[in-house]
Design a protein around this ligand. Structure first.
Ligand code: PMV
Length: 295
């Protein structure tokens, strides 16, 4: 069995597509995958086989070809919600690539794995930045810039996050197109917003390195406002944010492609329990995730 984790973007989704640095963390929840060689590529998720036309089967064929591996069958066990901006598809790609490598007795280099998962992700998202695959492969906290690959970021102290599934899923491809249309309409305004997000990323890195969590929470809130401006929030996401903030979150934002999906909230010293309880009472699926500071 091979494992890979989901991810949340703390700062910089969408902007990362335009070359801005983003800050993201790997989740301790993810997926498990098991591989066996077969006559043709096929994949089953939580015991349900997907048909040959399913995009995930097509993506598996791309992954296999990129690794120069023979056809295989992959069994996936999902331990996280899928399609809600938490990077489940990249996590499946990374776990499947690792499982296939193990089955062939090959140790994949990080570049080999990320390139192959890039081919897998392009089936779903057209031209992904690669941030989801990088988080799934590396875990921890990373700085990510398109074309340059992930760099681990030091944390002064462990981060406690709460994630809530607030709205039905959206299509990453459509949300990326929505943002591209805004850029077409007013490039000057858009570029100024990208500059602001680049600044949020730089400040967030400092906060993480120095343990300034209140300031980090404020940055999440500011980044959220730009995402609202890009029409990536929904009434349910706003309601979930409100609940998390009233329960003591230091900051909270939509995470991932938006237009649906999840919020991420930064927990105060009291820890995640009050936030998780309040969000669940309000009807949201919520869970906590801890990003440990390296020793
Ligand atoms: O697929 P999601 O919802 O995790 O979003 C990916 C992040 C984007 O910045 C919106 C797209 C990308 O390719 O980086």
């Amino acid at each position: 069995m091979a494992h890979a984790g989901g991810k949340v973007i703390l700062v910089g989704e969408h902007a990362v597509v335009y070359g801005v640095e983003a800050v993201a963390v790997g989740l301790d929840r993810g997926v498990e995958a098991h591989a066996r060689l077969a006559d043709a590529c096929s994949i089953a998720i939580d015991g349900k086989p997907l048909d040959a036309e399913n995009l995930t089967t097509v993506a598996l064929e791309e992954l296999r070809a990129a690794l120069g591996a023979p056809p295989c069958h992959i069994e996936v066990e999902l331990q996280m919600p899928a399609g809600v901006g938490l990077g489940a598809s990249a996590a499946i790609g990374v776990a499947a690539g690792r499982a296939l490598g193990e089955r062939l007795g090959r140790t994949l280099t990080p570049t080999e794995l990320l390139d192959a998962v890039g081919a897998w992700e392009r089936v779903f998202h057209g031209n992904p930045s690669g941030i989801d695959a990088a988080c799934a492969a590396l875990g921890g906290c990373i700085r990510f810039r398109k074309g340059r690959g992930p760099e681990p970021l030091p944390l002064a102290s462990s981060l406690e996050l709460v994630i809530a599934v607030a709205s039905p899923p959206s299509s990453t491809r459509e949300m990326v197109a929505r943002v591209a249309a805004l850029r077409e309409r007013d490039a000057t305004r858009f570029d100024a917003q990208l500059q602001r997000i680049a600044d949020f990323s730089r400040r967030a890195e400092l906060c993480l390195a120095q343990g300034q969590l209140a300031e980090l929470g404020a940055i999440l809130a500011e980044n959220h406002q730009v995402l609202v401006d890009w029409d990536l929030s929904t009434p349910e996401i706003e309601r979930a944010r409100q609940v998390a903030l009233e329960a003591g979150a230091l900051g909270c934002k939509v995470t991932g492609a938006g237009g649906g999906g999840c919020i991420v909230a930064l927990c105060p010293n009291a820890g995640p329990a009050p936030l998780v309880e309040a969000l669940r009472r309000a009807g949201f699926t919520a869970f906590s995730s801890r990003v440990a500071a390296a020793n």
